[in-house]
Design a protein around this ligand. Structure first.
Ligand SMILES: *Cc1c(COP(=O)(O)O)cnc(C)c1O
Length: 408
């Protein structure tokens, strides 16, 4: 174990991104391996939010819609997120939540494939992705079909309107081949919607390169936008002119301030808007996205793979009773590793008590994420040595570690 800590110290010393951790407000003794669930707080965010609240809202009040550029925040944030996911700036908008954007885009896709009702996904996809299809099914607009990931290509046929997949699986970290599956869907005339919640800011994504139709993603995971941060949505340029979405709120109107009785969708991706932008949340998101853009996806991806490889090897060697269920090839997984153990929940609680933060996903998965902007090799080494100690000492059996909170 000493060797492991020494190796980690050597890698941290040589890490060109080590300096980036100081851009986040995060205790030095905290091994935070849960940035895939809630990204850390960028140091510049509190001051930025305070400025928006005290100055732009407190002093300048309603003038800030124009003067502080509030009204353009969804487009501005869309254009900043676009290069991180291989999209053009006018194809992405930041608005609403991932779940709501899923609803809008599943509906839009169904409207573009009249005569087809099936939305194909995989069992075990993120709950909202599956539930949103169900919601449309209850209205008679969609038919949900599920195929195990190995059977998806075989399940694609001319009844499928839309293939809806999460690029990096939230529980296992498995990553789909976006190019191959997008092409397979297009070959049967289906559209594709990618959920990038565990991809944006963590793995290479090239939506245009893959010829993807639609995408959604989360602002509060690797983009560090803060709890409940606005999400983003992508529509390929070629679909923008025909896109119809059912949440036809006034902000998606072609001329919101004409206050007309009849809805006319805005030009381009703006038609995905529904409501007034959440300005304070958007300002926090901007700080998070700016940081990720400044560091750059190339270096982030490289470090993410190095961190997860270091951890995978160390876990296999020192804690073999936990079974890694993430793909062994870093090119086939996201920036996380998932391990199966009968007592994963208790192990996770015992780790948290030692300031090593991962998370638990039912029924038996311990999940650790590597947000490459601030995770250190030393954090990964600590995960391994603390786990070894927790198992050897039996500390995980303490009754308080079996109690479950509302959020796990
Ligand atoms: C986190 C996550 C979401 C979050 O949806 P919200 O509407 O923001 O709660 C959606 N999809 C996936 C795959 C996620 O991992």
């Amino acid at each position: 174990m000493n060797d492991l800590a020494q190796e980690a110290a050597r890698l941290d010393a040589a890490d060109p991104l080590a300096i980036c951790r100081s851009e986040f407000l995060i205790d030095d003794d905290l091994a935070y391996l849960d940035g895939n669930s809630l990204g850390a707080l960028p140091k510049a965010a509190p001051a930025r939010v305070a400025q928006v609240v005290q100055k732009e809202w407190g002093e300048q009040l309603i003038a800030s819609w124009n003067d502080a550029g509030w009204i353009g925040l969804p487009q501005k944030m869309g254009s900043k997120i676009a290069p991180l996911i291989g999209a053009q700036t006018h194809e992405v908008i930041a608005t609403d939540t991932t779940s709501i954007n899923l609803f809008k885009l599943i509906s839009a896709a169904l409207a573009m494939r009249p005569g087809r009702k099936q939305v194909l996904s995989e069992p075990g996809n993120f709950p909202s992705d599956l539930y949103m299809i169900e919601g449309l099914e209850a209205q008679g607009l969609a038919e949900r079909r599920l195929a195990e990931r190995g059977d998806i290509e075989a399940a694609l046929d001319e009844n499928v309107a839309l293939l809806l997949l999460t690029h990096v699986h939230y529980k296992t970290g498995e990553m789909f081949d976006m190019v191959r599956l997008t092409k397979a869907a297009h070959d049967v005339g289906a559209l594709v919607l990618w959920d990038l919640s565990h991809s944006a800011g963590a793995v290479p994504v090239d939506l245009n390169g893959a010829n993807a139709d639609f995408a959604v993603g989360c602002g509060y995971k690797y983009l560090n936008g803060g709890p409940g941060a606005p999400a983003f949505a992508f529509v390929a340029e070629g679909h923008l002119a025909n896109l119809q979405q059912p949440l036809s709120g006034w902000m998606g109107h072609n001329a919101p301030f004409a206050f007309e009785d009849d809805y006319q969708p805005a030009q381009g991706v703006d038609r995905l808007l529904c409501s007034t932008p959440s300005v304070i949340a958007m300002s926090a998101l901007e700080v998070g996205v700016d940081l990720i853009a400044m560091i750059g996806m190339g270096p982030l991806v490289e470090k993410s793979r190095a961190l997860s490889e270091f951890t995978r090897a160390a876990m296999a060697r020192h804690v073999p009773e936990l079974t890694c269920i993430s793909p062994a090839d870093p090119a086939q997984r996201g920036s996380q590793l998932s391990f199966r153990h009968e007592h994963s929940y208790e192990l996770c609680q015992a780790l948290i008590a030692r300031k090593v933060i991962g998370d638990f996903r039912a029924p038996d998965v311990l999940r650790v994420g590597f947000a490459p902007a601030y995770v250190r090799y030393a954090d990964c080494a600590r995960l391994v040595s603390e786990l070894r100690d927790i198992l050897d000492s039996g500390e995980w059996q303490k009754p308080e570690y079996a109690e479950r909170g509302a959020v796990t």
